[in-house]
Design a protein around this ligand. Structure first.
Ligand code: AMP
Length: 194
């Protein structure tokens, strides 16, 4: 199954994607994780991305697409994937559509987690304390939410028009939200296994 999970920073998409990975038996590909690994390894790409990420802005489309293309070329992707953090703007939507068309592997579904901003702010504050992610400090979270509203919200509209968007309420316990996602994927999963 080929799936995109969308949602604002702190909406729980990374956590839910990790669960979906186990339930669906497909790899979880997070462009944020790929970028953080490049930053930690101090690669030239990581050095370029670091300041941009810490300011809460989007890393350039070319850099992220290059990383994603490499990842999608790995053999484990044959069974499908859960893409988390990509696409983040309409240019990335076009790039992903073109890439998946070339691979003859179109998306089966796009799940959008809906979480109100006050819940997002509370969750990212907790994550900032627990994990110390530089871009989870309150001022940077506000910037990331702005970027999300301006650039990433239209991504969901695109997939609504394509008829594959599933809206899921992202407020509640992890297990509850996970059950809602699995229920929302019901029809898409049945179609894939036919
Ligand atoms: P995330 O872990 O998905 O919240 O991503 C953390 C940060 O990595 C974002 O705030 C961006 O700076 C960068 N990033 C992750 N995915 C993308 C993407 N698809 N395009 C541009 N920047 C990204």
């Amino acid at each position: 199954m080929r799936l995109v999970i969308l949602g604002a920073p702190g909406s729980g998409k990374g956590t839910q994607a990790a669960r979906l990975k186990a339930a669906l038996g497909v790899p979880h590909i997070s462009t944020g994780d790929l970028l953080r690994a490049a930053v930690a390894a101090g690669t030239p790409l990581g050095l370029k991305a670091k300041a941009v990420m810490e300011a809460g802005h989007l890393v350039s489309d070319d850099i992220v697409l290059g990383m994603l293309e490499q990842r999608l070329a790995q053999p484990d992707v044959r069974t499908g994937f859960i893409l988390d953090g990509y696409p983040r703007n309409l240019e990335q939507v076009r790039a992903l559509d073109a890439l998946l068309a070339r691979m003859r592997q179109p998306l089966d579904a796009v799940v959008k987690l809906r979480v109100p901003s006050d819940v997002i702010i509370a969750r990212t504050e907790l994550r900032h304390k627990a994990e110390g992610r530089a871009d989870d400090d309150p001022a940077t979270v506000r910037k990331r939410l702005e970027v999300y509203a301006e650039q990433t919200a239209p991504v969901a509209e695109h997939y609504t028009r394509a008829g594959i968007l599933r809206l899921v309420d992202g407020v509640g316990a992890l297990d509850e939200v996970f059950a809602r996602i699995m229920a929302a994927l019901g029809a898409a999963r049945a179609a894939v296994s036919r």
